[in-house]
Design a protein around this ligand. Structure first.
Ligand SMILES: NC(=O)c1ccc[n+]([C@@H]2O[C@H](COP(=O)([O-])OP(=O)(O)OC[C@H]3O[C@@H](n4cnc5c(N)ncnc54)[C@H](O)[C@@H]3O)[C@@H](O)[C@H]2O)c1
Length: 399
């Protein structure tokens, strides 16, 4: 079948199997190229490289970049969990499904252990399956990475399906957004979320499930001594606080952040610790559906690229490992105990220039003033399209 992108409401319904595989190969190559410097950082810090890493949300975006870094920069055995759609007779699989296959292929070829489970990570069944697999294969995780992004979560205790939505709290939020595919700018207004919406976001994207995972893994004895667990978060610039940090999703991220010290206490018997890592805004399947954010992102990308500061998921996670996990002494954190990889994004000069671009942007100057093209390319590539060297006119197997 010849696979083409089908995009509706900023969601791409198709994925290109060869393009996805090619992008994973590219990420693997980049991770491999830094293996020597990663080993050197570990040696200089007197810290071991991770040997066994569990990545929850391993198939795309930050989770995939983490798995690739753990395996190919550090030589770790990786177990990944994600929830992806397989292919049908006429329908492509989701990009993460193809990415997982490409990752497993690359790992096997390199002689690295990898096991990928396609399961609802919020379920008890997923936790039991990981524990079973870890016991069978003799894995004791020295890192557990929590990189799930989902609009829904079924609570395994009650069976209730909770929904997360992105809303301001208290009053409506209005802002200018851009459709990255048409370049059309418009004013959007989002009604505030009530207590039910806040509770839904916290239930899905807060720390409850992270805690259930750590509890189950610790209880089963599959965590190594000095185990580190890390969940990813976002804060963003002040002008987005009403819709993000002070909104429903911000409440969820605050809950996630409050969960970290409780998990560190839970892991005391294995000398473990839990961190939240605040990462940079990037185009992933999860972030591309956030309203208003595209105008900020295209302005930010242009600014950071011009200043030589831009990073993608792999660059961010490489920095997480080399400069944070493998830093000499304690892992560097901010005053609230969080790892900060958004330090460059939130630099005063970066934000000042990004804000200027957002203020001056019109449909006529958008192409020069912002990185609309880079955003589009990142979005397409996250679905296996627009990847250099891939023949998109060729017939491909959806399997
Ligand atoms: N993209 C950004 O700009 C950004 C910035 C900072 C932090 N983050 C955070 O990073 C984390 C990952 O986000 P991302 O942008 O990489 O998202 P993504 O959409 O690329 O990845 C989400 C992952 O979660 C998995 N997943 C979703 N529901 C699942 C379920 N029920 N069971 C198992 N797996 C499931 C998906 O399969 C996928 O592997 C999130 O916590 C997000 O808030 C993202």
């Amino acid at each position: 079948m010849i696979v083409k992108p089908v995009i509706r409401d900023n969601v791409c319904m198709t994925a290109h199997p060869v393009g996805c595989a090619s992008l994973v190969e590219d990420w693997v190559g980049r991770a491999r190229a830094s293996a020597a410097s990663m080993a050197e950082a570990a040696r200089a810090a007197g810290k071991p490289l991770p040997k066994a890493v569990l990545v929850l949300g391993c198939s795309t975006g930050y989770g995939l970049a983490t798995r690739v870094t753990a395996a190919f920069s550090c030589g770790a055995r990786t177990l990944g969990v994600s929830y992806e759609r397989g292919p049908g007779a006429e329908a492509t699989a989701s990009p993460g499904w193809y990415n997982n296959r490409a990752f497993d292929r690359e790992a096997t070829a390199a002689g690295l252990y990898s096991c990928t489970l396609n399961l609802d990570a919020f379920s008890d069944a997923a936790k039991s399956a990981v524990i079973h697999q870890a016991r069978v294969d003799g894995l004791k995780f020295d890192q557990v990475i929590y990189s799930l992004a989902s609009p829904v979560r079924r609570d395994p205790r009650t069976g209730i399906l909770h929904k997360s939505s992105l809303r301001p709290i208290g009053k409506p939020f209005s802002g200018v957004t851009v459709d990255p595919f048409t370049g059309i700018m418009s004013e959007v207004s989002i009604e505030p979320g009530d207590e039910e919406k806040i509770a839904g976001a916290v239930k899905v994207m807060g720390g409850e499930d992270w805690e259930l995972w750590v509890e189950a893994l610790a209880e089963a004895g599959v965590l190594a001594r000095n185990c580190v667990t890390t969940a990813y978060s976002y804060i963003g610039p002040e002008h987005s606080y009403p819709i993000y940090r002070y909104g429903t999703i911000g409440r969820a991220k605050e809950h996630l952040e409050r969960t970290a010290p409780a998990l560190t206490a839970r892991l005391a018997d294995v000398h473990g610790s839990a961190y939240v890592s605040v990462n940079k805004a990037l185009v992933t399947r999860a972030s591309s559906v956030i309203p208003v954010i595209p105008l900020y992102m295209v302005s930010l990308f242009k600014t950071m690229k011009e200043m030589g500061l831009h990073e993608d998921c792999v660059d961010q996670i490489q920095r997480l490992y080399r400069d944070r996990f493998l830093a000499p002494g304690a892992i560097p954190v901010d005053e609230a105990g969080r790892i900060r990889l958004d330090d460059r994004e939130l630099r005063y000069d970066v934000q000042e220039e990004t804000t200027r671009r957002m203020r001056e942007a019109t449909e006529a100057n958008l192409a020069e003033l912002t990185d609309l093209e880079g955003y589009r390319r990142d979005f397409m590539q996250a679905h296996g399209f627009d990847v250099p060297g891939v023949d998109y006119s060729a017939d491909v197997s959806l399997m």
